[in-house]
Design a protein around this ligand. Structure first.
Ligand code: FMN
Length: 217
C-alpha cells in the first residue's frame, strides 16, 4: 500500500477478525519498528508480542478494562529500556526514550497498514498491572500497547483539524505563508489530504467557532 493510503486510511481499530497473522508478516511489522530513529541510535525499545488468550485478557483488564482488545489476535507491548538513554543524556533522556518508542510504535502501525492489517494504540493502562502480566522488570517501562489484527470494519472518516490551523511560520502563532497560498493543497492540484474531513471544517459548515479559519476556502 502506498504511504499516502496508509496515512489516510489508517484508523484506530477496535473490531477484529479471528484470522491468524502469519509469522512472516508479523516479523516484517516488528522489523519496521526497529527502523525507528532513537537518540544516539541507542534503540531503547523492545517488543513483547502477546498471543496467549489468558495473557491478552489480563492485559485488557490492566488496560482499564478495555474488553474490545481481546478480539485482536495479537497485542504488542512496546517497552522502554530508559536507562540506556538516561545514562547518556541525563537531562533530556526520559523524553528522548519515550519519543523513540513512540516512533517505533508508529512505524509498526504504518507497516501493519501497508500489509493490510489494522491496529489501535492503547495508552490507557495501569503500568504495574501490565508489568505483572508480562513479568516486565522494574527498570523497564511499558510505554504503549498496539493491538493488531485483520478487520472488515467499515471505513471511518479521518477527523483532523486542518493543517493550516496548526502550521506556523518563523514565529509561533504566525500563519501568513499558509494563508498566502500554501493551503488548501488541492488548489495546487495535490490530492493528498482531500479526504481529510476535519471536525473544524464541519463545525464551520454549521457556523461554529472555526468559521474565520475557513473563510478563504
Ligand atoms: C497516546 C495515545 C493513547 C491512546 N490510548 C488509547 C486507549 O487507551 N484506548 C483506545 O481505544 N484508543 C487509544 N488511542 C487511540 C485514539 O483514541 C485515536 O487515535 C484517536 O481517537 C483518533 O482516532 P483515529 O486514529 O481512528 O483517527 C490512543 C492514541 C494515542 C496516540
Amino acid at each position: 500500500m502506498q504511504l499516502d493510503k496508509c496515512l489516510l486510511e489508517k484508523r484506530g481499530c477496535k473490531d477484529y477478525l479471528s484470522r491468524k497473522i502469519p509469522l512472516d508478516i508479523l516479523g516484517e511489522i516488528l522489523e519496521a519498528g526497529t527502523c525507528a530513529p532513537s537518540a544516539g541510535n541507542l534503540q531503547n525499545w523492545s517488543f513483547v508480542v502477546v498471543d496467549d488468550e489468558e495473557k491478552k485478557e489480563a492485559l485488557s483488564l490492566a488496560c482499564l478494562n478495555q474488553n474490545w482488545m481481546n478480539k485482536a489476535p495479537i497485542h504488542i507491548v512496546i517497552c522502554n529500556d530508559i536507562k540506556k538513554i538516561t545514562d547518556v543524556y541525563p537531562t533530556r533522556g526520559r523524553l528522548y526514550a519515550t519519543q523513540a518508542c513512540s516512533i517505533a510504535a508508529q512505524n509498526i502501525m504504518l507497516k501493519a497498514a501497508d500489509v493490510g492489517l489494522h491496529t489501535c494504540w492503547v495508552g490507557a493502562f495501569n503500568e504495574e498491572g501490565v508489568r505483572r502480566v508480562l513479568t516486565i522488570p522494574e527498570d523497564i517501562i511499558p510505554e504503549m500497547v498496539i493491538t493488531l489484527g485483520y478487520s472488515d470494519a467499515p471505513y471511518k472518516e479521518l477527523i483532523r483539524d486542518p493543517c493550516e490551523t496548526v502550521t506556523f511560520f518563523n514565529t509561533y502563532g504566525k500563519r501568513e505563508k499558509g494563508d498566502e497560498g500554501m493551503f488548501p493543497l488541492d488548489k495546487h492540484g495535490k490530492d493528498f489530504g482531500k479526504s481529510i474531513h476535519s471536525l473544524a471544517e464541519r463545525q464551520h459548515q454549521s457556523g461554529g467557532f472555526f468559521k474565520k479559519l475557513f473563510k478563504k476556502r
